[in-house]
Design a protein around this ligand. Sequence first.
Ligand code: FA5
Length: 360
Amino acid sequence: MTSLAEYLAQLDQLEKQALEQFQRCQTPEEVEQARVQFMGAKRGLVRQMQQRLKEIPGPEKPQAGKRFNQLKQTLQQALEQAQSRVAAKATPKATRPQRARTAGELPPPFDPTAVPPEAQLRLGRLHPITQTMQRMQEVMARLGFQVADGPEVEDPWHNFEALNIPPSHPARDPLDNFYLSVARLTGTGEPDTSGPELLLRSQTSTVQIRVMERQRPPVRVIALGRVYRPDTADATHFPMFHQMEGLYVAPGVTMAQLKTVLKLFASMFFGPQVQVRFRPSFFPFTEPSVEVDMTWKDGWIEMGGAGMVDPHVLQAVGYDPEQVTGFAFGLGVERICMRQFGIDDIRLLYRNDIRFLEQF
Ligand code: FA5
């Protein structure tokens, strides 16, 4: 049996000893040692004193227990104070590498979120041609033209015949077109040459035919896309380029409306100062036909061809030329893009040089 007085004296002593020891601690390791010594869950001195509570005679137990709890609380506070005191002291230590870094003795600290300059993401942008096509589409939509589409690999009917270009016509010359040798096999595995020859379309006028074949008049559409010609590349020509085709067929459509639409398109796209002029020309699928020029810098640049849809074309798709008339035009997208952004050489658009492209 331990008397109450004896137990309380032991608690006082333990408190004094523990407080002094926590006070003396200089490092987190020392604090941890003191914690284990006094507050360790299994063999800590506080735990031992708790077990000795049992030895106190019954009536005096509450007083002993109260003082014990008080001690435990005091030591807990002292422990926490000691912990934060040594942690605050440890901070200057952590700055030592920083000082060394500033002095150039150490590399910068590792930052797992940092992106090296060569891998930094750059915000991309649309190719100037895509930007131009989107804008052309927007302007023509305001003039009431819907967007139509057609394949880039075409058959001679849509690229030539229905457009009033017969087999003997020079426009069908293999030197002026990209014909495709398409491998087909017959049922017995022999090469089959009986099917129609195919080619990469040389103009978007093919889409005129495709639209009229599946739709009755009135028709008011544009078609934007790639076309291919074995042209030698120079400042204004490229073997692959883009066109915007326009087609309006309805009763009473006139050439004056064609010019109005092209003038409106030009001024909505480039501003009111741009002028449009027609030069007489020839296309097998329009009559009369014109070349469409627009002013650029001190002169004119040819933007496309246009004209009134030839009655033969209307007949080829089953329209009645006595009932409806139409106009059509095909503008070179690259030329429009060059004028829009002030680009002098079409080849720059297809060099894939980021330094050039990121300017637009
Ligand atoms: C045609 O392609 C006709 N289909 C246009 C047309 C449509 C006429 C509807 C009548 C009715 P042309 O071959 O002129 O026409 O080409 C039209 C435009 O495409 C040219 O004015 C030019 O702007 C552009 N173009 C032609 N060849 C090239 C090329 N190699 N590189 C870049 N642009 C070109």
